[in-house]
Design a protein around this ligand. Sequence first.
Ligand code: HEC
Ligand code: HEC
Length: 361
Amino acid sequence: MFDNSVRVKHFTFKENDEIKLHEYHAILEEIQMIEILSRVLCALPVSVALMATPAAAQAPAAPAPDSFPAWAYPWVPDFPVPAPTDTPQHLPGSGAAVSWTQARDLFYAPDWHPEDHGPMPDVVKAGRKPDVRACGSCHRAEGTGGPENASLAGLPVAYFTRQIADFKSGARKFSGPQRSPVLLMNASVKTMTDEEVKAAADYYSSLKPKRIIKVVESETVPKNYIARVFFARRAEGGVEPLGKRIVEMPDDVEQFELRDARAQFTAYVPVGSIAKGESLVKTGGAGVTAPCGICHGPDLKGVGAIPGIAGRSPSYIARQLYDFQQGARAGSSSALMAPTVAKLTQDDMIALAAYVSSREP
Ligand code: HEC
Ligand code: HEC
């Protein structure tokens, strides 16, 4: 093993000290910094400059009564889903044919654009019955995901592997209503073999994340409904007040539900939230949170085993911030996020998600 005290002394974990970014990143490349930082954070009654105040390093604060971001967890379990048919469906820009039966089969990952990615490993393409559903079915062949799950393209292998371990051990759970995608996700990863985890991690991390979400500040949002686990535009048109929430919708519901990885999304966010989010992300908002770039990299594209967050679904980002705050996400590296989220209000989460999602992935 390595001598932590030597490495960690590069940092001055004292109040008001500035962390020197280049040193930080050099160490990060050299060693498994996550482990070390976690231990440092646990061991010392620290208040790192980036952690704002001593109070911030303590256990998550009790949530304010209005803090549950219900808009990030849409769930209408009895939404009537039409019976699938075997008729081959086609989409513009693809020579493939996929039926609704296939698109709804969780052991089948529709592949509309084989030319956009390398060969999918079996676990991504078909899963393994009875429990391991095809990762590509929910996360799409190219890991683009959707508002109801998570994008996986470009996630660091070490991060990916750690998340699966945390899901397996139960350290990473889900807040809010236990919606079917999260329950099925959990059931799918529980019995994955190490080889399957490696194959899925290697595949998804090799894919380049794409910009598929347009973030729009607006007072209003197109009239919408919850199609079981996601928001969708009403066919009759019209608008409704947005209020204090983010509403993220596929531009073409059919293309999205047929699981085309080229599907695009628009996220309506409150006016002013992008600028507020930028300020929180860059400065930490005078102790509200920590500047995200210190760990996620200056452009939020991730560093070492820390995942990129730029350009990802704002619904997903908000759920994670809330899940960390609630302690539902309590995996081995979550200690690093705990002080960052402890004081966030729902408005702060909206602002952070709006800004982070608006960035180039
Ligand atoms: C039924 C749909 C479904 C299937 C199948 C599925 N997932 Fe997921 N996955 C989800 C959902 C939902 C989340 C979490 C979203 C949240 O936390 O809000 C998730 C999250 C993840 C994450 C965390 C991403 C991050 O950025 O931290 C990883 C990694 C992951 N899944 C890997 C897999 C792998 C590997 C498989 C294939 C064995 C798989 N998933 C199959 C729905 C699914
Ligand atoms: C001290 C380092 C640190 C700082 C500062 C930090 N993060 Fe993180 N963040 C992490 C680590 C480490 C993880 C992975 C945690 C895990 O594995 O459970 C993470 C995970 C996340 C995730 C989940 C990503 C995913 O794929 O599921 C989000 C979202 C996130 N951070 C947002 C932010 C935002 C927004 C900020 C700034 C307000 C921020 N983080 C500041 C270290 C940090």
